[in-house]
Design a protein around this ligand. Sequence first.
Ligand SMILES: [Ca+2]
Length: 466
Amino acid sequence: MRTFILKIIVGLTITAVTTPLAAAERPNILFAIADDWGWPHASVLGEPVIETPTFDRLAKEGVLFNHTYVATPSCTASRGAILTGQAIHRLEVGGNLWSRLPAKFEVYPDLLEEAGYTVGYTRKGWGPGTIKDTGRTRNPAGPRFKDLAEFLKSVPEGEPFCFWFGSFDPHRGYKLNSGADSGMNLADVRVPAFLPDTPVVRGDVCDYFFEVQRFDREVGEMLQLLRKAGKLDNTIVVMTGDHGMPFPRAKTNLYDSGTRVAMAVRWGEKIKPGRVVDDFVSFTDFAPTFLEAAGLKPLEAMTGRSFFDLLVADASGRIDASRDKVIWERERHTVCRPDGQSYPVRAIRTHEFLYKRNLRPHLWPAGDPEAFRDCDGSPSKTEILKRRTEPAIAPFFEWAFAKRPAEELYDLKKDSDQLHNVAGRPEYAAIQKQLRADLDHWMTATADPRATGEVDLWDTCQYMGR
Ligand SMILES: [Ca+2]
């Protein structure tokens, strides 16, 4: 009977209903997401060349999440996981780049709106992709606004809002030498271990930093706007990026270089300032977290878990013992293999190990060698391809572009850069077996179509880009 009444009242899945909070108690949400901004590219994370005063301030006045990982290192599906709270293998065609997200996959902006929030987004929401033939009437991130200022005018006085700021920075292309021309010292760049240390790569990294800084400035302007409107302190401000940097072996790859992102959250006095959390947080956790903040319960379909308790905790470090692992996956990024084939991978990471399973090891991870199109075109990519036969560059070519074995295992205590595969070595047999079983269990428990064998779902669906 109670179920029936609830259905009548709210007209949506009953699991979304709990005791509603009064409007005045419900926090606003500003979700600021960069495009291709990876970890650890912020000053507070120790990067010497970049300047990110806004991110640093959020970390200082709020909480820094040191182990936040995307569900997949590809724009569309990463955003799909954020919005639905679900692992990407559950989103059908939505697991691919330039795709569709069918309306049956409920998204948190719609759920918040039904509960009385005013919702909206600006610039890059869910996507790239199309809402045509999905049953949706708008972007899954909400109605589109010119900017935050215009959106705020639409929010009734005293009512809560949820706004998505999706920057296009630091997605490529970059203005060549914009970083160096802005005064960055190339000599001070910490070149990631998976990239060759050459002047071209250093310059390319600085051009990427230049755009990260622009994102940081824009988020800073939004905080000013909220402060002036008297809304800052009851707004949960989340600042992060949709996956790792657009460089070889980073974006689209299931290593930390592709999946680990900077994330800080500020919420006035509700968050004890200056905390640093080392628990694993997945991008599938945002939707349940935002619902809980609004007094709603997560949907049963959500595979993510709310980290609201971590936001309001007093402690730093590792807080919740059950947050001891994170799982990533990928399906098709671009169309760059015969017959539109995806390059499916599943991976599990703990604080000690990364275990990856490449489900089609006979295919090329970055796409067929005519262009390696799953790796964005860039001066760094060109440098590696052009000089691939030189002994100093050859390992970087192998790491980024060569075929990979069916299983990979990295011992993070000895190899934090995840470059030396130890899968198959006798001394690691026990941990490899354990992680393989954990991954199998997760695939089955979350109804991954690949748990039971080959599927062509992600090969055959239409790529909506050029
Ligand atoms: Ca992206």
